[in-house]
Ligand binder design. Sequence first.
Ligand code: ADE
Length: 230
Amino acid sequence: MRFDILSVVPELLESPLNHSIMKRAKDKGLLEVYVHNLREYAEGKHRQVDDYPFGGGAGMVMKPEPIAACIRHLQSERSYDAIIYTTPDGPRLDQSLCNRISMFNHVMVLCGHYKGVDERIRETFITHEISIGDYVLSGGELAAAILVDAVGRLIPGVLNDETSALFDSFQDDLLAPPVYTRPAIWEGKAVPEVLLSGHERNIDSWRHDQSLARTRMRRPDLYEKYERGG
Ligand code: ADE
């Protein structure tokens, strides 16, 4: 799977996608991530990527021309399954959307900055808009990194034990159960007996009960969805 990320601050994406599981996915050739600096597509001496908003008001707006030039350049090289814009006013990213995006081969991600992009870019090119939550970041780069991480780990072969993503929180609208490792007693606190029993069916049933209880307590909204059957 290939991601092309369009940004005015490409440096922000250097570290998050070059370590741990994302690095392994790239090393295995399962994930490619290219970051494009929109300034390189801007015209003029100052390579300006933003401008004042028509109608006045605070903040700057991302100019349409450099974004269009970059998108069209990439589209001339391959076709894209999705062109995503990261913005706090988009629909909230969730696991089911991550699952769907992980089926795509080529995805472009435009990182919003300043007050956002000129609306005509959204109308002309954007196929999906994504918010990572109801708070405002100083730019869409961290949201793009979260998207690539959450989607990248779902690509078959990226995780060591391929089945492990199947049991993540949210894959079945339930939160994951608690986990423990050695020592079996730490500072007087013992690991639940059943996990030491070696009895697989009892362990599965305990984990399922824990998932249900956790979800009901912490995320009644998810629990309701689970009870309705998704
Ligand atoms: N850009 C700024 N805030 C954002 C958010 N919450 N989600 C996605 N992109 C953003």
